[in-house]
Design a protein. Structure first.
Length: 453
């Protein structure tokens, strides 16, 4: 068969050789002679430039894929590129302008694969109306925010997948050259409980001077439990924290729950974790069959339910405080639940330490407003001489940060029970006696109900 030959196309970069050479020269000069602020500015500009090219690569991949798969929705090897090109125009615009990096864009698009095109476009429209909703978030936090949105419409499907995955649990030991490798798959709640328990115990041992590393301690603890005859299952009530609204728990609301150490869970599965029984997603608690009275007893006698109050009808936790210099344990847990991740902009690390925003020796009080959760590395980094940060908001707890590079960042605590911050409490929209308050349409509307629950 005679092969078809296309005329040779010169490499894309050939025509840009002079520009690339000049850019390399400038960057080399900054590397050798530039200040910290110059380096930070150059990194930011390069990130925006490469993000624009990453967008073009995604569009080229989508165009190439269309030549093969045409309009078949279920086929294709680049679903995110298709969603970006066809369903999320504003996200595509931000990506093309370099305002989103490729990991950030993928963190938005990947969870959107779980909903239909109309839901994706609805989320993109909301993103357009609140373009700063992902401000200072790393890819993990962005993914969790979008997942919270999708779970409102995929509660049944996600809950079913979790149950199916738990039936495939296993543990496998593989003999390696110099050791034994352990690989396994655990149910979501049990696996999260084990993970959090090993983290907490290894951290305690390190604080008491154990010379082993955290990973070594976790491996030793993991191996010691079955050998020493510990219980086969860990007590979940003392190892995991499940945060959910009262409406989700008692009234069948679809707002996802937050499982510390894992992320968002569908509302149905969260209720079943507490109830220890299968619950239909549309059931109200008070309408549940009498045959399951043990459900009421289990919830009413659950030993470690902590009530964390928000502003009336809102999604923001209100304050707790202390007169001590060190944060008491209960206040630390409160802040960890509020912040979820390290508060340093774009850091996705776990909250390992709770500390003052304005240092105590500079007059900073020990309360929720002047507290933030950080990973261990960032908590040390913020003690550098030129690092300055101050709390600037009580509700939607905000911190203004200058890391010493001349740039300012805003770190906002995520909403505890929603995927977006609300300007006004829901109470205003639900009360007939409110007068003289004009609210915008988008502030009054909640996400549309799923037509096929």
């Amino acid at each position: 068969m005679q092969q078809r030959h296309r005329p040779p196309i010169p490499p894309v970069h050939t025509e840009c050789t002079n520009v690339l050479t000049a850019l390399t020269t400038k960057l080399t000069h900054i590397l050798e002679c530039g200040s910290t602020a110059d380096c930070a500015t150059a990194i930011e500009e390069l990130t925006a430039l490469t993000s624009g090219y990453d967008y073009l690569k995604a569009m080229l991949a989508h165009q190439l894929e269309k030549e093969v798969f045409r309009t078949n929705e279920n086929n294709g090897t680049h679903p995110n590129a298709r969603i970006l090109a066809e369903d999320t125009p504003f996200t595509a615009q931000r990506f093309a302008l370099g305002e989103l990096t490729e990991p950030q864009a993928m963190a938005i698009l990947t969870p959107l694969q779980d909903v239909n095109a109309a839901r994706r476009t609805a989320f993109d429209t909301h993103f357009r109306s609140t373009p700063d909703m992902f401000e200072a978030m790393g890819p993990k936090q962005i993914s969790e925010t979008v997942t919270h949105y999708t779970l409102q419409f995929e509660s049944h499907t996600k809950s079913y997948r979790i149950k199916e995955a738990s039936t495939d649990r296993y543990i496998r030991f593989t003999k390696d050259r110099d050791c034994i490798r352990v690989n396994g798959k655990l149910p979501l709640a049990a696996g999260t409980a084990l993970q959090m328990h090993l983290r907490q115990e290894s951290r305690k041992l390190r604080q008491h001077g154990d010379p082993r590393t955290r990973t070594q301690l976790q491996a030793d603890l993991f191996a010691a439990y079955p050998i020493a005859g510990h219980p086969a299952t860990l007590p979940l009530a003392i190892n995991i924290k499940l945060v959910m609204t009262d409406k989700t728990l008692f009234l069948g609301d679809r707002a996802p729950a937050w499982l510390e150490g894992y992320g968002y869970l569908p509302a149905q599965h969260a209720r079943e974790l507490i109830a220890g029984a299968e619950i239909r997603n549309e059931d109200y608690f008070h309408q549940y069959p009498d045959a399951h009275d043990d459900l009421a007893l289990r919830i009413e006698s659950f030993p470690d339910i902590q009530r964390l109050y928000t502003a009336p009808g809102d999604t923001e936790l209100i304050a707790m405080d202390s007169t001590a210099r060190a944060f008491p344990p209960r206040l630390k847990e409160f802040i960890k639940i509020r912040d979820k991740h390290c508060r340093t902009p774009y850091c996705d690390g776990l909250v390992e330490e709770v500390d003052h925003v304005i240092q105590h020796h500079l007059g900073g009080p020990t309360n929720v407003l002047n507290a933030d959760g950080r990973c261990a590395l960032c908590n040390k980094a913020k003690e550098s001489p030129n690092w300055v940060e101050v709390p600037v908001g009580e509700y939607s707890h905000s911190i203004r940060i200058n890391p010493g590079t001349g740039a300012y960042y805003q770190s906002v605590a995520p909403p505890v029970t929603g995927y977006r911050h609300r300007r006004f409490p829901d109470l205003l929209t639900q009360s007939k006696w409110v007068r003289g308050k004009t609210l915008l349409r988008e502030e009054l509307e909640d996400p549309p109900e799923d037509p096929d629950p």
